[in-house]
Write a protein that binds this ligand. Structure first.
Ligand SMILES: [Zn+2]
Length: 128
């Protein structure tokens, strides 16, 4: 991943609004166009302002941050419930497995969008 802020001379907002726009699943440049064409498939260009989005690849970082966030939500809750109520194993599994799945599927596209927005704002791109 190369850092070349002069490669794209388009005016950019500060990094935090771009990150928030990506978090919402919208283009970091205009905040209107959709960032994804599917669940987490990045549009090659913004359908609204035609900003190139394909060079901003997040690779494995969204999965890493999703695991980090979901783990920090589910594991403490699981330990507290175990400590207070000692539910049966099947009850634990029927509570935490679906919660983990729903949280991961909800958070993954948001972390990907936030990372793509941050990359766009900072000029981090890969053109290979
Ligand atoms: Zn756009």
């Amino acid at each position: 991943m190369a850092f070349d802020p002069s490669a794209d001379t388009q005016a950019r907002p500060p990094w935090f609004p771009a990150l928030l726009r990506g978090l919402r699943g919208t283009c970091p440049a205009c905040g209107t166009g959709r960032l994804f064409s599917g669940y987490a498939k990045l549009n090659p260009v913004c359908p609204h302002c035609e900003t190139p989005l394909a060079p901003h690849r997040a690779d494995d970082a969204p999965a890493y941050f999703t695991i980090f966030i979901v783990g920090h939500i589910v594991v403490p809750l699981m330990l507290v419930v175990e400590r207070l109520y000692h539910p049966a194993d099947w009850v634990q599994m029927s509570m935490w497995m679906p919660l983990t799945l729903v949280l991961a599927l909800t958070i993954l596209p948001r972390t990907k969008g936030a990372l793509v927005g941050l990359q766009w704002a900072l000029g981090v791109r890969r053109d290979d």
